[in-house]
Design a protein around this ligand. Structure first.
Ligand SMILES: Cc1cc2nc3c(=O)[nH]c(=O)nc-3n(C[C@H](O)[C@H](O)[C@H](O)COP(=O)(O)OP(=O)(O)OC[C@H]3O[C@@H](n4cnc5c(N)ncnc54)[C@H](O)[C@@H]3O)c2cc1C
Length: 415
């Protein structure tokens, strides 16, 4: 079969990673089609996504290079410090042993990153809205609402089939459809999913005290409570609990929820006030057997699904985007076929170690820190106190938070 290719790249899924990839490829001079099942008005609504993301400073550089700076600066809160505690809940009361603490600050970054915060906290709907505005100004052909139902692959290109009856053909197809990728399934790429029996209850609160850009991660037996600073002394919570407890947290009256939360917060942040609805995200790990297929590349959650404990899922997806854009641009400049297997292998090789490391680390942290086993608690406490006293370890952790380690694509590197 021969396919008349209309575009260089056709992307299925216009969420945070798909929309970023479309803009990056457009800026690099490729002709791009982007297909998404939702309308912009639905994606920008508060009810679409209640989460805020901790964005590594390297990932923020990519969005800056794409011209999103003005929109994102106003909405992004710099993260100056991360405080991790392990032990009794902050509000456990008198008699409880003091929790072990690890504190990492932007000052722990080396000279090469001086002046950067550890990262940025920003609400997902704000990023989506900035991406949608940039897409409207770009040369990207956007088709929505349209669901991708399958694909035809030929030696010279691929064709997306849409539920609107249309087709879109390109030299390369990309899936950024998230964890339930249709294209991944069509290509026969296996995905293994294992649940943690945990749900992240997400909510936005107004704090009674200033957060000064500090992000808190309190490890508790059922899972961590993350308090992530947002602009205007607000915070985004990710309260991880066993599924049954999480259901109760989501549905209990607001007064009971905030009273429970105030006990968990302890004295550091005072009594919080809930702003807006509570959201529930069941948590699982997803590993895929390959990130490329014939004329196909996977990016973002279509390629890897992490526990949010390390705040790296989206950051990893944004690194996929930067790496794929660089590999395709270099291939085009060398006169290579951008959908060919040699080029796609380069992308797969580049991402393999970084993705495997991040997925394994998030899984390990989730399992080791979400339990009350005495010996594990002792080892955790020791590890946190050693790290807290060692500038070298704090520097490694600060660079990990900023996703500055490893072989970075050009758009994520300084300059
Ligand atoms: C509680 C929680 C907190 C998190 N916090 C962080 C954090 O602090 N930092 C961080 O880096 N990561 C974090 N993550 C992870 C992060 O949210 C995800 O990695 C990220 O949202 C994935 O984006 P994506 O664009 O790859 O996929 P998705 O967000 O799943 O987007 C997929 C898009 O594809 C579209 N789509 C799907 N199928 C089709 C189809 N067949 N046809 C057309 N369109 C389709 C959908 O409409 C959607 O727009 C967190 C996750 C959770 C659960």
């Amino acid at each position: 079969m021969h396919i008349e290719t209309e575009f260089d790249v056709a992307i299925a899924g216009g969420g945070l990673t798909g929309a970023t990839l479309a803009l990056a490829l457009d800026q690099a001079g490729f002709s791009v089609a982007l297909v998404d099942a939702n309308l912009p008005v639905a994606m920008e609504a508060t009810a679409f996504d209640g989460r805020a993301s901790a964005i590594a400073f390297t990932a923020m550089r990519q969005w800056r290079n794409l011209g999103l700076d003005a929109r994102l600066q106003a909405a992004a809160q710099p993260m100056e410090r991360i405080v991790v505690t392990d032990g009794p809940a902050p509000g456990a009361g008198a008699g409880a042993t003091l929790p072990v603490r690890l504190s990492i600050s932007a000052k722990d970054l080396g000279d090469s990153e001086a002046g950067e915060p550890l990262g940025w906290l920003i609400e997902n709907t704000q990023v989506l809205s900035a991406l949608l505005a940039a897409l409207a100004r770009s040369g990207v052909t956007v088709l929505r609402p349209a669901g991708v139902t399958g694909a035809d692959i030929a030696a010279n290109g691929g064709r997306l089939r849409l539920d609107t009856g249309q087709t879109v053909s390109a030299k390369l197809l990309v899936s950024s459809e998230g964890r339930r990728s249709v294209l991944r399934q069509t290509a026969g790429i296996r995905a293994e999913t294992s649940g943690y029996g945990q749900t992240g209850v997400v909510a936005t609160v107004a704090l009674a005290k200033r957060h000064d850009g500090t992000a808190w991660q309190h490890f508790m037996p059922a899972g961590p409570l993350a308090i992530l600073p947002l602009t205007g002394d607000r915070a985004s919570l990710v309260w991880t609990e066993r599924n049954d407890r999480a259901r109760a947290l989501q549905s209990m009256p607001e007064a009971a929820f905030t009273a429970l939360l105030a006990r968990r917060f302890g004295d550091d942040l005072g009594r919080p006030t809930l702003i807006g609805p509570r959201f529930a995200y069941p948590l699982s790990l997803q590993r895929v057997s390959a990130v490329t297929g014939d004329r196909l590349a996977l990016v973002g959650d279509a390629a890897h699904g992490l526990h949010p404990i390390s705040g790296q899922g989206l950051n990893l997806g944004l690194k996929d985007v930067a790496a794929l854009t660089e590999v395709l641009s270099d291939a085009r400049d060398l006169g290579e076929d951008i959908g060919g297997s040699l080029v796609l292998d380069r992308y797969a090789r580049w991402r393999r170690l970084d993705v495997a490391g991040a997925v394994t680390a998030a899984d390990l942290i989730a399992r080791v820190f979400s339990n009350d086993h005495d010996s594990l608690r002792w080892i955790r406490g020791l590890a946190l106190s050693v790290a807290d006293r060692s500038p070298a370890i704090r520097r490694v952790l600060a660079r990990e938070a900023g996703a500055a380690a490893g072989d970075l694509p050009r758009s994520l590197a300084l300059g």
